[in-house]
Design a protein around this ligand. Structure first.
Ligand code: NDP
Length: 477
């Protein structure tokens, strides 16, 4: 057995990850259910490093030095369980099984429990950055035991994206912590993209700019605070023309798809009671776009532009207001995402270093951005901060942008351009900073119809008013 690591599942992600590992000088045993993929990989890229091609699972396991580190990169869900079941009887105590697929973190918790009972280490490893990242340096979020990270960590840190000499790979915490953080990361990516899409729609529908002109605006934005992979990519996509001569964005069907990680993030946020309004609106906006029959019915009944005067704001002023609204909404989306990670960590007893998450997302992944350095600094200054929103740098950014943000949301409401993420982020901000919330009325109503009790502002205790009786107040505890 001469391989230091093994990888099974050589589709797009696995094959690129295997090449990346081999290119970094690690001897890697490779395996795939359909052997042709293994043969193809070694034929095409065998000269990039030291691959040990194997056909059967027995041969694969036998090729790896003990304690074995085995990465599974197959379709998430049942296929992952099938591969684990096939592997386990062939392994020895102390071996490390790593799931690098997009598993739901609760599946990872379940699998870790089952394998640790057999004396094996199970790692849930979130890998971000798609095909390109897998090959040239992804962002890697590892969940598992310290022992597992001692073996796996150095290899993964060597193949991860590197930013300022720091690898974009870390030991997030035990069992499901890595996949949980990867999930929230994907949720943040949903919000980020939705905010960009709303900005584009506003500039196009309100100012009448062409995709090319909007692409130039994004290119300019990429030179400032908003500098990020997604903004850069937006400039690139908007500048691109289809072979037909039409702007590319105009020939793409406007129904956004999703693989489910946004939905998982929102479901988990509901369970944890964390308001992730930006991510939720982004997820629902994708669903709405796909509801083609409802959209068609609504288009027939309601004209697409609202009644009344169409306003034409000053171009430069409005472009700058949209930029400010985008930045402020982005701060909110990230603040919410980090809240969810903190809440998840608390719920599952994971000790997650939040600043480290911002650090390892600076490279390799889709949400890489200059902005993440500010988040890293905020956590370095105050590791237990209550919300990112109120830290010095972000508070200033939001204060500076709030008037523009309101103007953009008001304009979108008047002109009928839907901006669910901009609007809900502003509502979240206003909700947080409000002296008194109408939640008081909700508590009063709940006590009236269901005797759900309430607390008072002026003294301790739990109270109930006899609404159907003499309306006297009872102290419950
Ligand atoms: P796919 O999700 O398309 O999975 C295909 C691979 O799974 C093939 O190697 C296939 O083997 C294997 N497989 C499927 N069912 C079984 C089974 N029952 N037993 C054994 N092997 C099986 O591949 P991707 O490369 O796209 O993704 C791999 C993982 O990485 C997934 O979990 C995905 O969610 C995750 N991921 C993907 C990203 C992306 O951008 N694509 C980004 C980050 C993570 P065979 O060749 O024999 O059919």
């Amino acid at each position: 057995a001469r391989a230091t690591i093994g990888l099974t599942g050589l589709a797009t992600m696995g094959r690129n990850l295997a090449r990346n590992i081999a290119r970094h000088g690690h001897t890697i045993a490779v395996h795939n259910r359909t052997t042709q993929k293994t043969t193809d990989l070694v034929e095409q890229f065998g000269d990039e490093g030291d691959f040990v091609a194997t056909e059967s699972m027995e041969e694969f396991v036998g090729a790896i030095a003990q304690p074995r580190t085995i990465v599974i990169m197959v379709k998430a869900g049942d296929p992952t369980d099938a591969v684990i079941d096939e592997l386990v009887p062939l392994l020895d105590e102390g071996d490390i099984v790593v799931d690098g697929g997009n598993a739901h973190f609760t599946d990872t918790i379940r699998r870790e429990k089952a394998l640790s009972e057999k004396g094996l280490h199970f790692v849930g490893m979130g890998v971000s950055g798609g095909e390109e990242g897998a090959l040239n340096g992804p962002s890697i979020m590892v969940g598992g035991s310290d022992h597992a990270y001692e073996h796996l960590g150095p290899i993964m840190e060597s193949i991860a994206a590197q930013v300022d000499g720091t690898p974009c790979c870390t030991h997030v915490g035990p069992d499901g912590a890595g996949h949980f953080v990867k999930m929230v990361h994907n949720g943040i990516e949903y919000a980020d993209m939705q905010l960009i899409a709303e900005s584009y729609d506003l500039l196009r529908s309100t100012l009448g700019l062409s995709p090319k002109e909007i692409g130039e605006v994004f290119e300019e934005w990429n030179g400032g605070d908003l500098e990020s992979f997604l903004i850069e990519m937006t400039a690139d996509v908007l500048a691109h023309d289809d072979a037909s001569g039409e702007p590319f964005v105009d020939v793409v069907r406007d129904a956004a798809e999703q693989k489910g990680t946004g939905r998982w993030t929102v479901q988990s946020a509901l369970d944890l009671g964390v308001p992730v309004t930006g991510i939720a609106e982004a997820t629902f906006a994708r669903s709405l776009s796909g509801h083609t029959s409802q959209r068609e019915a609504a288009r027939k009944v309601f004209s697409t532009s609202p009644e009344g005067e169409r306003e034409q704001p000053d171009r430069d002023t409005f472009v700058d207001q949209v930029r400010a609204a985008l930045y402020a909404s982005k701060v909110v989306a990230y603040a919410q995402g980090f809240d969810q990670i903190a809440a998840g960590a608390e719920e599952h007893d994971w000790d997650v270093d939040l600043g480290m998450m911002a650090t390892i997302w600076r490279g390799g992944c889709i949400i890489r951005a200059q902005f993440l350095d500010r988040i890293r600094e905020a956590y370095a200054e105050e590791p237990d901060l209550t919300t990112l929103l109120t830290t010095r740098y972000f508070a200033e950014a939001v204060k500076d942008g709030v008037d523009a943000w309101r103007e953009v949301v008001a304009t979108s409401a008047r002109t009928g351009v839907p901006t669910p993420a901009f609007s809900s982020s502003l509502a979240y901000f206003d909700g947080l900073r409000r002296e008194r919330l109408p939640a008081a009325l909700i508590q009063a109503l709940r006590d009236n119809f269901g005797a759900h009790t309430y607390e008072r502002v002026d003294r301790e205790g739990t109270f109930h008013t006899l609404w159907a009786g003499d309306r006297s107040e009872q102290e419950m505890s």
